[in-house]
Design a protein around this ligand. Sequence first.
Ligand code: CO8
Length: 261
Amino acid sequence: MSEYQNLMFENQDGIGVITVNRPQALNALNADTMAELDRLVDAIAKDSAVKAVIITGAGDKAFVAGADIAYMQPLAAVDGRAWGKAGQAVFNKIENLPQPVIAAVNGFALGGGCELALACDIRIAADKAKFGQPEVTLGITPGFGGTQRLPRLIGKGRAKELLYTGDMIDAAEAYRLGLVNKVVAPGELMEAARAIALKIMSRGQFAVQMCKAAVNEGLDTDLDTGVAYEAEVFGLCFATADQKEGMAAFLEKRKPAFIGK
Ligand code: CO8
């Protein structure tokens, strides 16, 4: 029996592909699924054989249609708060994984599903994907980071419109708003996500990790602190074999052979 009931995971040539697998509920995130995701993300963080991660949804209809409404409906305030905090912790772990994480958004990405995509580094969408934070239509706020990550990604005014109206937008509009990096035909989605992952994996791995850390740390602080952090990681790169190799390869007009250290 698989280690996971609600997720699938496969290491495809160094790309760890996570598939949220509850298609009967449009891959809605219930407590079991979140607990499994937490466990899987912890394992991936320690797995040096996983160089990049893609997150997608099972079936052809949904990426993740949100947190599970049936699970949440009877919750008391104290349980709602605990559920929100637990979900935030999992998505924070995804955002801070050492590996680059790409969301391959194959369909509905609503509520917690949109928030899951927001916690990834890069979002690629099928042209039929739909995005939204419909929580206010259910009488709640987003609780897995949406009120924080959405304005940071697309700006305060645009985020507030989506958050206050609960409107669903299509992939073209999500691209126009900067919510997704690229829109492709559904049949090309996984290949497009893989292509970006492979390109990133061909670069200096430590340098990519440090770029991620600098962006994540820097956006949560002021510019002076952010650039000071950048100076530190920039300096650290000069302690790696990849920096010597990358620059030697440039000077010798050849492709670098990076080792990730
Ligand atoms: N939770 C539970 N079940 C769901 C969910 C969901 N989020 N979304 C869909 N399903 C189920 C449906 O109930 C249905 O089940 P059944 O076949 O047993 O009736 C099945 O999936 C198929 O769905 P539909 O029949 O509704 O499919 P349609 O094609 O008609 O509609 C939609 C697709 C538009 C995606 C529609 O299903 C929908 O609106 N879903 C809900 C979307 C939503 O509101 N998501 C936000 C949820 S709230 C949230 O995510 C908050 C996150 C933070 C929580 C923090 C807590 C503190």
